[in-house]
Design a protein around this ligand. Sequence first.
Ligand code: ADP
Length: 508
Amino acid sequence: MAMAMRRAAALGARHILAASVSASSRVASRRHMGSVDAGAAMEKIRAAGLLRTRGLIGGKWVDAYDGKTIEVQNPATGEVLANVACMGNRETADAITSANTTFYTWSKLTASERSKALRKWHDLLMSHKEELALLMTLEQGKPMKEALGEVNYGASFIEFFAEEAKRVYGDIIPPTLADRRLLVLKQPIGVVGAITPWNFPLAMITRKVGPALACGCTVVVKPSEFTPLTALAAADLALQAGIPAGALNVVMGNAPEIGDELMQSTQVRKITFTGSTAVGKKLMAGSANTVKKVSLELGGNAPCIVFDDADIDVAVKGSLAAKFRNSGQTCVCANRILVQEGIYEKFASAFVKAVQSLQVGNGLEESTSQGPLINEAAVQKVEKFVGDATSKGANIMLGGKRHSLGMSFYEPTVVGNVSNDMLLFSEEVFGPVAPLIPFKTEEEAIHLANDTNAGLAAYMFTKNIARSWRVSEALEYGLVGVNEGLISTEVIERQIKSLNLLRYEPTM
Ligand code: ADP
């Protein structure tokens, strides 16, 4: 049973390998890859016309005004995939102007016309599934199977909001005076600034852009500097789908400059952001001057509770999926696996066995289920957290060090006897480390689970139906997976507590 719960708003929510692969880099790629050669993958993407390295402003592909570029690297090999335009405030200002101008035409189309363009975009994303997935695996590192899954997931937002475009109904409210009639008409608010992270290079964009365009808003997207190629390819397909020049603009490069320009602009009416809590706070504060709407999806610290009465196979499978997706680099990853005393030993040994079966490698290899971490800083963070836990009494049950493949690969790791005084408990590790935390009673599990200011997602494994409802309602999280480890879907908004404010309402 997968249970997704809506909660009250109060609770929340380098030269281009691309352009030409050098002979030496091809050799290097082959050395690393079994199933697909990185050079061949890039050729395929280029042949499809989806290797874009310039920003998109007003329907035109443009270089940074000062000609600067930044390198996009393959985290699995360190190869430079491309040099992309490194933009800043001037390009962002032009992108905003273009979005603002286009707003007056895009918003005047009928919902049905906008819906058709979005539907076409969805179809093009799906018909270029392989190229988009290859791009994601190359620039982000996730295994191809997950990348293909992300294309489905990412495109599903466009499909869903193409359909919803036609259902932006207003309200008729019973009047308070006999001679009055009260009508609510929903109208798009204007230009939306969308700032997205690297861990879902496609889906975090479509999830923000889909609802905005559907309602008649126009968008300036700033993808992560680590993964701009997928964003640019998706934007190319949007243009091909008939989404007009200027309705979707993409700028990337100097993040603080781009962010500041978006925040300061009076034409930008809303900021939607997924990323770190620190940057989210800056954006929220910076948006105050121009009184913008803000939607933030910040860090998560998901608990995953395994009760004594859980089906152990279901619990192992579910917690494995919830923890190790994208090598532990998702905001809904099970960050703290709370295991009841009676099942702890049995669960721990079955879980360790399951984690041992994970194949670490280059995401282009068919057998790979765990790719590299995004960069060296991410590995250092994981090392710090694991070191902190062991210094305080936790025990490494599996892994616990860098992988022999080098680069930013880290061994899938299980750490036992973690407690709430450790970084592995209090902060998001964002890596392939599963901390097991023993508990005695249901009350204790709920208390430990809620002992954080993040409120994005939680998981629970139990065969007791009454307990599943009781505990779901006691968990202060926007999404609760019951006996299920994969809970993300396009149809549910995530409304969350304190540091997370995310809603599908970029426009009204
Ligand atoms: P993560 O740790 O997940 O990379 P970040 O918050 O650093 O999270 O990054 C998420 C997005 O926010 C990226 O697109 C990044 O470039 C952008 N970003 C980082 N700093 C700023 C800033 N000062 N203003 C606007 N955007 C920023």
